[in-house]
Design a protein around this ligand. Sequence first.
Ligand code: WTA
Length: 651
Amino acid sequence: MTIETSGKHPIPPGFGDALVQPGDYARMYAESISDPDGFWGREGRRLDWIHPYSRVKNTDFAMGQVSVKWFEDGILNASVNCIDRHLPGRANQAAIIFEPDDPDQPARHITYAELSEKVNRFANVLLSQGVMRGDRVVIYLPMIPEAAYAMLACARIGAIHSIVFAGFSPDALANRINDSGAKLVITADTAPRGGRKTALKSNTDAALLHCSDRVRCLVVRHTGDQTSWIDGRDVDVLAMMEQVSPDCPPRPMNAEDPLFILYTSGSTGKPKGVVHSTAGYLLYAAMTHQYVFDYKDGDIFWCTADVGWVTGHSYIVYGPLANGATTLMFEGVPTWPDAGRFWAVCEKHGVNQFYTAPTAIRALMGQGPEWVEKHDLSSLRVLGTVGEPINPEAWVWYDRHVGKGRCPIVDTWWQTETGGHMITSLPGAIEAKPGSATLPFFGVRPVVLDASSGAVQEGDGVEGVLCIADSWPGQMRTVWGDHQRFMETYFQQYPGYYFTGDGCRRDEDGYYWITGRVDDVINVSGHRMGTAEVESALVAHEKVAEAAVVGYPHPLKGQGIYAYVTLMNGVEPSDELRADLEKWVRTEIGPIAKPDLIQWAPGLPKTRSGKIMRRILRKIAEDDFGALGDISTLADPGVVDQLIENRMNRH
Ligand code: WTA
């Protein structure tokens, strides 16, 4: 199938009352850029303030002094904005609809009144454990309402949460507990997903062996499965919630106080703790949620991400709840008990906006449209995608079979670091092109730079690396505990600009097309991973001397993980060892990091100074070794033929 991708896809009928109309976009965008103080000064009033701000934007991208502050003298509390202020009008409206893994278990509708009580009680439990303003709390929970309670309870008392995706291993959890200096970790007994259970409490026990023995552990008894218990360290949080007061006064917080830390992969070294602020982040999450999904009062909004990723933070919890929305939280997976589960859930709860990742769309597309057709999807109004570029085939399938041609698709480009959507279409205002994220959101100034010279590429029809020329409220503020690393990672390569790490093209219509990462970060099923992390896990194995990891195109995952492994002298390659290494990486990082292909490499292509030439390894992994380019600088060009000979990904 060839798909016409250059033309614009007209906005379907029925969007005449969209929040942003075609004429509005250009006008509002222009104002947001020419007068950021005026624009954001007004938008900032979306939030409820304890003390209003007098200063709006105070930001500096100059290397050596990077500083990002918004609404800096304002005082507010994020949980009040997500809960208390909605109580007068929405106490009995569902805040969260919880759809459990097992479709035979009843769904739960948690009203704003109930959410308020749970969060207040949860906050009092945290206080009773000695958690104070500014303390870090690690959350290692499945997709259950308690994850949202825990986040908002931290926000209520001014503690900084850091969620660790429940698919991460004990080692990865321990590293994040230690790096953030957390006082307490919140977990659950076990987590059912797709009919299988993950032993979260025992993973946490294993992690805590590597942490200070002062770290407390709150356990949500979710399934009731038996777990080990250490008296004095482990606390049954649900039981304790019954004993504490249902009122916990919100702590007044400064606009710039950190709301949370979320660890994410970069091109080098260990994962970075991305720090987001209270006011700027919350405002940006709320505003993008409303405009990008054309969210209106009474709509049922469903983002299928996990709360362990930024998408879950911004578009399951903070954005929707700040807007007084009903947000759906799904514990399960798209393909269990069958490939129609997403659509069954949409039908059951009358979902109006549905937001997922291209990898999920491709997986479901492979099961055939009959799984979609079984369900009544007439409630759907807007569809969204995030996480990686969407291939036009998947876009067209999504449009045709899920949206029935009636639902605009918003392809939202953004990052953990950006807090919310940066380049995206708007349902009633911007016509989509399949595969393009289209145009910048309000206040966002994308620039395309020449990768090597850093020269700004003016005009349309240009290609290069994507940078952002000025700050927006949702921008990360620093790397936890390492502001220098923050500046070096994002502002050093192209001085004066925030460097995204992505390549992009701006077409003749000024539309942006993200072409993927230009650094050593790979995107596997929409999960971001540093190749360096997988390499360091591999070389930590006693039989591995050296490893190089690259991405390669994978039909379902977007990118797969291809590992070249050099074994220690005298160690023979075998299928058992391969399986052992796969298992090893799963335990070191988590199942998402397991290499798809492992090639035994007696030698790796290196420059004379000993630098591994990844460009060559990428080409071989892509099965595209005809165009290897100049290999004359290699110390031993002979290894290349050997690697090609034994390549794993043959077409
Ligand atoms: C990629 C996820 C193309 C991109 C919100 C970015 C995308 C990285 C898109 C961030 C999209 C995300 N089109 N690429 N719509 N959305 N990406 O931090 O490479 O997990 O830099 O944030 O995902 O991944 P992260």
